[in-house]
Design a protein around this ligand. Structure first.
Ligand SMILES: Nc1ncnc2c1ncn2[C@@H]1O[C@H](COP(=O)(O)OP(=O)(O)OP(=O)(O)O)[C@@H](O)[C@H]1O
Length: 580
């Protein structure tokens, strides 16, 4: 039997602590007590009847027969045919509010293999109990839980309220293992006296609920998000702390809290993202940096072009091999498996629109497999895929749909503050003259990527070593002090380099805004630069080249003037204005 019923809220206090649902006596017969010759047979009042509501949770359905504190009268007064009375936690578990219509089915417990061997519950302390929170042993809550829900059917993610030693606790089912403790996790089962309950709590409750396991936050132990900048600098990443914090919050919020809480807050785990932006802007660096902030398996880095090469001539399922550890972990630990991160560098080389280009049938196979692993029938919940590309517009749209690599993050050229931080970071490796003004260098490196700034510092150092005369001498390399003149010389090289490179690439790359931004979901993708713009690129390119040439000449003259007037030509082979 399946029917639609109106749910009403059960306001009686004691029923908050049960798994009972109430219907009118006239309807109790709809719920079976057992299967007999394929027919549901309503039996005696004392036998348990079950209602599967909205295919989400199973409640023990009864009609109000106990007149506890006038409860029976109170409920008879309000409960009508077609109504099902549920407590607040039950409503929450089926994701409905009082007054909603829900789908109700009679549920028959399987005759065997339905007893819960192990159940893991995430516990929070609720207000409404004793005003002073007392310390309690997790084992006390575990015993109370078994006692309160003995012979009740509980479902994964369902939460119940428990009253224990004067305090109220919300316990949410995180994992259900039926049969032997080693058996594969299943979604629901019946508790009995020998069910082993494991209480897990957040780190902050460890001192109040002693002996409980703490659930693993996705963030690395001890990571302080307010101190991210320093953490990243120590990893060799500068100027992108706000961007990375934003990514962590957008991509991993549902994994920062308990599974049950995430479910209650309706936070779906993000399965993957694409970092896109100009070459050298630090996409791969950021992807690796994020992994170091997580409590996850060591990331696997896959170069798009390499995976395609390995596929040609082989029928072997490369991705399945790559994902095998994640598949095994998912089977063994279910929702509690560690997170496996996969970084697909240059993802456009395998995931460009299907059906286009040479070797595409191999690429299509890889994309299809990847999609199946992320979002297919047997999708893995324990994976996070990061793709990097500087050609977002080439990506197969299926890959960036909701539920897949849905988070599109633009990693652009750094702004002035970012450039300064990158300069400071890379300069740490060398002896730098106190007269070096990194602010000024930051001002003059507009439109430079993090990679270009890194190589600017390296070139400045090479100039310093070169000025000591013996380039290959270890003493020269150790003693070289990088001065402002070295930076300026290196800067000129970079300017020339940029000019050369930009003459080779389409103008639209130059038109990207000079800031780091996170577009909301896929909207940015939809607004990608229209193809028509390509047509005007040629004209713009020529104009831009001419402007750039003038700009570089003016810039060089300005640098020479500025620097000449402040320091004058110095000895030791330092660059003079005429060198610039
Ligand atoms: N924010 C940054 N902080 C420090 N170094 C940076 C930063 N961004 C880039 N770099 C430097 O640039 C180098 C190249 O960065 P990375 O390979 O991550 O760029 P990318 O965007 O992935 O480039 P591509 O698109 O060409 O693959 C880094 O190894 C590092 O030296």
């Amino acid at each position: 039997m399946t029917s639609s019923m109106h749910v009403i809220l059960l306001v009686d206090d004691d029923r908050r602590f049960t798994n009972f649902a109430f219907c009118s006596p006239a309807e109790i017969g709809q719920f079976a007590t057992e299967v007999n010759d394929g027919k549901f047979l309503p039996r005696r009042r004392t036998e348990k009847r079950w209602a599967l509501v909205n295919n989400r949770a199973v409640f023990n359905v009864i009609y109000p027969f106990v007149n506890h504190g006038g409860f029976k009268e109170a409920l008879y007064g309000t409960l009508q045919i077609g109504q099902l009375a549920l407590n607040a936690e039950q409503l929450e578990s089926i994701d409905h509010r009082a007054g909603d219509v829900v789908r109700v089915q009679s549920f028959v417990a399987p005759p065997a293999g339905f007893d819960v061997g192990e159940m893991r519950v995430a516990v929070e302390i609720l207000d409404g109990g004793s005003s002073v929170l007392k310390q309690i042993a997790a084992s006390t809550i575990e015993k109370k839980f078994v006692k309160a829900f003995h012979k009740q059917i509980l479902t994964e993610y369902q939460s119940v309220i428990l009253r224990c030693k004067g305090n109220l606790y919300r316990a949410s089912v995180v994992d259900v293992c039926v049969g032997q403790p080693t058996s594969v996790a299943q979604k629901r089962g019946m508790l009995h006296n020998s069910t082993k309950i494991t209480v897990e709590v957040s780190d902050s409750l460890r001192h109040l609920i002693t002996g409980a396991e703490t659930y693993k936050s996705i963030l690395r132990d001890g990571l302080n998000l307010d101190n991210l900048e320093e953490d990243l600098m120590a990893q060799g990443i500068a100027g992108v702390a706000p961007l990375i914090r934003n990514i962590l919050e957008k991509a991993f919020i549902s994994r920062m809290i308990s599974l049950a809480e995430a479910k209650r807050l309706k936070l779906k785990p993000v399965r993957g993202m694409v970092l896109y932006g100009p070459t050298g802007s630090g996409k791969t660096l950021i992807a690796l940096g994020i992994c170091k902030l997580l409590n996850a398996k060591e990331p696997k880095i896959v170069r798009g072009a390499e995976i395609l090469r390995s596929l040609v001539g082989e029928t072997e399922d490369v991705l399945t091999t790559l994902f095998t550890p994640a598949i095994m972990d998912e089977k063994k630990y279910g929702a509690r498996s560690d997170l496996h991160v996969f970084i697909f560098d240059e993802i456009d080389s395998i995931a460009s629109r299907r059906g286009e280009g040479m070797g595409q049938k191999y690429a299509d196979r890889v994309v299809n497999q990847l999609l199946a692993l992320i979002d297919g029938v047997q999708k893995l919940r324990n994976i996070f895929v990061i793709g990097t590309t500087n050609r977002l517009e080439l990506l197969d749209e299926a890959l960036i749909r909701e539920g897949r690599l849905e988070l599109l993050i633009k990693v652009d050229y750094p702004d002035k503050q970012g450039r300064l931080k990158i300069l400071e970071l890379h300069s740490r490796n060398f002896r730098v003259d106190p007269g070096v003004d990194l602010h000024e260098i930051a001002l003059r490196t507009q439109r430079c990527s993090g990679a270009a700034i890194g190589s600017l510092v390296n070139s400045a150092y090479t100039c310093a070593v070169g000025d000591l005369g013996l380039t290959n001498s270890k003493t020269a390399r150790v003693n070289a002090t990088v001065k402002m003149t070295h930076f300026l010389r290196a800067l000129q090289d970079i300017n020339l380099n940029l000019q050369e490179k930009e003459s080779l690439r389409p103008i639209r790359t130059l038109a990207l805004p000079q800031s780091v931004s996170i577009p909301d979901g896929r909207s940015d993708y939809a607004q990608r630069i229209p193809q028509e713009q390509e047509k005007t690129n040629e004209d713009w390119k020529e104009l831009k080249l001419r402007l750039d040439k003038i700009e570089t000449e003016v810039e060089s003259l300005k640098i020479a003037n500025d620097f000449g007037s402040r320091t004058g030509p110095s000895g030791h082979g330092d660059a003079t204005p005429s060198d610039l």
